[in-house]
Design a protein around this ligand. Sequence first.
Ligand code: PLP
Length: 478
Amino acid sequence: MPRNAESTAFRSALEVIRGVEPRVADAIGAELADQRESLKLIASENYASPATLLAMGNWLSDKYAEGTVGRRFYAGCQNVDTVEALAAEHARELFGAAHAYVQPHSGIDANLVAFWAILADRVESPALKKAQARHVNDLTEADWFALRRELGDQRMLGMSLDAGGHLTHGFRPNISGKMFDQRSYGTDPDTGLVDYDRVAEAAREFRPLVLVAGYSAYPRKINFRIMREIADSVGATFMVDMAHFAGLVAGKVFTGDFDPVPHAHIVTSTTHKSLRGPRGGLVLCGPELADQVDRGCPMVLGGPLPHVMAAKAVALAEARRPDFADYARQIVDNAQALAEGLLRCGAKLVTGGTDNHLVLIDVTGYGLTGRQAEQALLDSGIVTNRNAVPQDPNGAWYTSGIRIGTPALTTRGLGTAEMDTTAELIHAVLSQTSAGVGPDGTASKAKYVLDPALADKISRQASELLTGFPLYPAVELG
Ligand code: PLP
């Protein structure tokens, strides 16, 4: 492919868009410029390949395709069948799964598909059978009441939010918290690690229908073999949400006991985080749950997004290449270098380090809340996000932590030497930021004091760090 093919493709696309709504073309161009300039350490973000991005911008988007490959509720879906079958095949091969469902529009949707599949598999409910047999729009209010009554309060045991679990694992702001009676397992207060004996004890007491493992902000590996044994000991279905670390599973960094696929009954994921695909989700399972999972649309999903499934096929094909394994290894090497650099500077890290793609800094060591630290870093050109730490004294809004992750910078080509510098920049900002005071003179959890000259200096150093690692080097928008 000529090197300028990518430039031509994106330039032409923007020219066409500019002809209709120039402000959208400008925003797209500005987004590329912003991404090129920022030191992106958001653990859940990445940079999809040009091929993945381009696979989404086309007429596959125009097709309705409710149903599954070869069994659609719409005519003329042969090309959608091709891309969906390819995406599913790549997902099965990449992860060694018997069945892959690639329609979920996001990670939350993938989890909803999994929850309904598990309920349908495990709970005897005529109302659920009826709901599945009809289109959602055809259900009456009485049908929904019956569904609620028959499904009752099924139980889910998942990781607590402050230990790094996700909202969709049975917490109130998400529908999963209304579908399930939820209880959480936390981490050991001294080590910050999952204590499998405590999980087993909680499972024995609570007897959940579903045991969920997976996280958004836990910086360590989870032993899925042990978790499966715990699930089996109480007759629970074992579900793993690998949204964050799917790239590490795909790249064979997490193998054996740490690879969820051979151990879980059902695995869900996003495709856009460490896996580096388009925004979306997927579900993997064995033959026992496959039929229920395939009912995701229209049970809980709208019509599939064929253009995104095409992009999933492209990204999953990329992840099957040998260089993706090098990428995945480098993500972890970089996260460990970042953690070591921060520890050398005296930062306090949850669990004292990392063995995946993310590091969680406890910024109370700097006398800050997560909110203050996040903003001070942003002023200094370093993009992170605040996150709760275990037993967080500042709650889920202000928090006491900063979550940083390496998938995006690793895609840009930064290595362990640049992570040392990144750690020093982060420490320089946090150690020279202090908590501000509110209008009534009391300590504020949001206001902070940072010398703008220092913020400018660090911003310049952050952009210098990126100069040797251009983002989308073959794309020149002119
Ligand atoms: N599951 C986990 C563990 C996540 O971290 C996230 C996103 O942050 C999700 C699910 C939801 O993904 P999405 O934003 O694609 O719905």
